[in-house]
Design a protein around this ligand. Structure first.
Ligand code: 5GP
Length: 192
């Protein structure tokens, strides 16, 4: 999406450690009309694939997952990162190393929210090393459901997650693919 690349160039900030901050529209303040356009694009890409559930992981994937789900007319489910008293014991779970917090969370979803036969589109804000996506894929497959694919707003294509998951046969559609970014100059380039 050219408009997304423009927005990342204009509003994104590159931090040391290969971190891209897009707090102005995706990760802190949500630009709702713009994120709806991203949701529409995911719907266009995966329309006709029988998707009946959108899945993401808290927290920063939730906004785009919900805005995407409205175009599919289906529920959005998010994996929780910690076990709170209001979550049942009967869960699917997977360990996920957090890129931004450098810790491992056991992410979980109550079993009643994911059923065998579900066709699940995984949505996330970023794809870096593929930890979050791999954990969500495991949860979907543990539930006997099917992964229709994954829709990613920003893939950092110079990190290996996207390549590894595509090689495993998963369909990954990223709306912007960052080829390189430089924390000193702030320059960001994209793969067409
Ligand atoms: P992965 O699991 O693919 O290594 O990283 C993806 C997850 O880490 C995403 O859910 C996202 O929240 C976070 N993440 C990875 N890289 C970045 C980044 O450059 N900027 C931001 N804001 N989040 C990132």
């Amino acid at each position: 999406m050219k408009a997304l690349e423009e927005k990342i160039r204009n509003e994104g900030e590159v931090y040391p450690g290969n971190v891209l901050k897009v707090g102005s529209f995706l990760n802190h303040r949500i630009d709702v009309p713009f994120m709806c356009e991203c949701g529409k694009e995911f719907h266009r890409l995966f329309d006709g694939c029988g998707v009946n559930k959108i899945l993401t992981v808290e927290a920063s994937g939730i906004a785009v997952a919900v805005l995407t789900a409205q175009y599919f007319g289906c529920p959005a489910v998010f994996a929780k990162k910690s076990k709170t008293s209001n979550i049942a014991d009967d869960v699917y779970s997977a360990p996920v190393r957090s890129f931004t917090h450098n810790c491992v969370n056991q992410v979980m979803i109550e079993k009643k929210y994911l059923e065998p036969g579900d066709k699940v589109l995984i949505i996330d804000d970023f794809l870096a090393h593929g930890e979050a996506l791999t954990g969500l894929v495991k949860i979907v497959e543990d539930a006997g459901a099917e992964v229709a694919g994954a829709g990613i707003v920003i893939e950092k294509a110079f990190q290996e997650g996207g390549k590894a998951l595509r090689e495993c046969g998963y369909r990954i559609e990223s709306l912007a693919r960052v080829a390189s970014m430089d924390a000193d100059s702030g320059e960001i380039t994209f793969i067409d």
